[in-house]
Design a protein around this ligand. Structure first.
Ligand code: ATP
Ligand code: MG
Length: 388
């Protein structure tokens, strides 16, 4: 008799012929998240089991599994040799408390060891619990506690009760790679997390304007990316010096169009870096109407500066409140709320244009002198960090 962790997979079971690819990626991800801990990995149809671990690591294993995309839920179970006596004995460990209602649910892959229909086994175990615990009753439809008895092949049965919901989504590495424009705010880390949750590998690019912005602002972004690796796996972070470009925009462009032009140049550089990196999409933390640069007209004028790659905006329909809630859940909020200003706030115009005309944006951008050279220099001088 021993404790095991039973893992149920999520959406990948909607996959038909490709399932092996999704499943193998998921298994590799589970193993890399559990690196450094000893355990045995057991695979059985649409479930996995983590077995033979030292119980002092149980909480740590669960905490790490909760960061693996592609898992639906998990349960701590007891694995026993299949026999009616064993099942009854261990069912007591998962039984309801006085005053609670319960149901026993039985599933069987092995029908030989206990030659009784599942509902009869459930009934017998239920009857046993009723005889042992005072003041409990059966409720088949809406019980407080479900005692699950899962009789498997090779003579083993798993008994469990609670389900812990996992991060769901698709295994990271099954949906290509995207380059996240990562600033220090609440939004972009959540945007990266959301795309990783749809199976994307994530790289990140950050524009910094030292000495207009502090070195702490840059460190904060590195720390944010490190927190993201918990969910996303390794992240390559490109840190692009943006000071010369920002100074030039400040010098040459109409004040109310500075942010519009800056955004256009950011995505131009990001697309070039994405091509170097092998990323197939750009990802931003934009959310419609959140600020002046996030109106449809602003998004149009940013989009037009991208040649080919799709720009994914997973937060476009989310409220700030929901975004912050996610940031808290994934552990980026405590960093995002640190106050170091980001390059977007340097030379911030008092009245940025809210609905920029595309032609005006193009015209203002054309005023930036030596833009191609400035972009080449920025890319040539970027720092590249491999975070894990
Ligand atoms: P965030 O919370 O992500 O900082 P925000 O609400 O501050 O976003 P903006 O400053 O308008 O919004 O930025 C919109 C998006 O542009 C960001 O979510 C991010 O994807 C990208 N971005 C902004 N500044 C930078 C930067 N310095 N480096 C990289 N990407 C940036
Ligand atoms: Mg920002």
């Amino acid at each position: 008799m021993k404790k095991v962790i039973l893992i149920r997979t999520g959406e990948i079971f909607l996959k038909g012929k490709n399932i092996a690819f999704f499943e193998n990626t998921l298994i590799n991800n589970i193993k890399s998240h559990l690196a450094g801990i000893e355990y045995k990995f057991v695979r059985s149809q649409n479930r996995f089991y983590i077995e033979d671990y030292d119980e002092i690591f149980q909480d740590e294993i669960i905490e790490r599994l909760l960061t693996v995309f592609g898992l639906h839920s998990l349960s701590i179970a007891t694995k026993i040799e299949t026999s009616m006596d064993n099942i009854k004995k261990i069912a007591l460990d998962y039984a309801p408390e006085e005053g609670q209602t319960f149901r026993v649910s039985c599933t069987r892959a092995d029908k030989k060891t206990i030659p009784m229909p599942s509902f009869k086994i459930a009934g017998e175990v239920g009857g046993f619990l009723l005889s042992k615990i005072k003041d409990i009753s059966v409720d088949l439809h809406n019980p407080d506690v479900v005692v699950n008895v899962d009789i498997r092949e090779r003579g083993y049965t798993y008994i469990f009760s609670k389900r812990i919901m996992c991060a769901q989504g698709m295994p990271v590495g099954t949906s290509s790679k995207g380059l996240l424009l990562l600033s220090g705010g609440f939004d972009s880390p959540v945007a990266g997390w959301r795309m990783a949750r749809r199976g994307m590998n994530i790289s990140a690019i950050h524009f910094h304007s030292y000495p207009h912005t502090s070195l702490q602002a840059k460190e904060k972004v590195i720390d944010l990316a490190k927190v993201m690796t918990k969910y996303c796996g390794n992240i390559k972070l490109y840190i692009v010096p943006f000071t010369a470009i920002q100074d030039e925009i400040h010098e040459s462009c109409r004040e109310d169009f500075m942010i519009t032009v800056m955004r256009r140049i950011m995505v131009r550089i990001a697309e070039r870096v994405a091509n170097i990196d092998g990323s197939k999409a750009l990802i931003t933390g934009e959310s419609l109407a959140q600020v002046a640069s996030q109106t449809i007209e602003s998004i149009t004028s940013t989009n037009e500066a991208v040649e080919l790659l799709p720009v994914l905006r997973p937060l476009i329909g989310m409220d700030k409140y929901e975004i912050i809630e996610t940031a808290e859940k994934i552990g980026t909020a405590r960093l995002s709320e640190l106050p170091y200003p980001d390059c977007c706030t340097v030379f911030l115009p008092e009245y940025p244009v809210i609905r920029p005309k595309l032609e005006t944006a193009q015209k203002e951008e054309a005023k930036v002198r030596n833009l191609d050279k400035l972009i080449d220099d920025a890319i040539a001088n970027m720092e590249i960090l491999d975070l894990s």
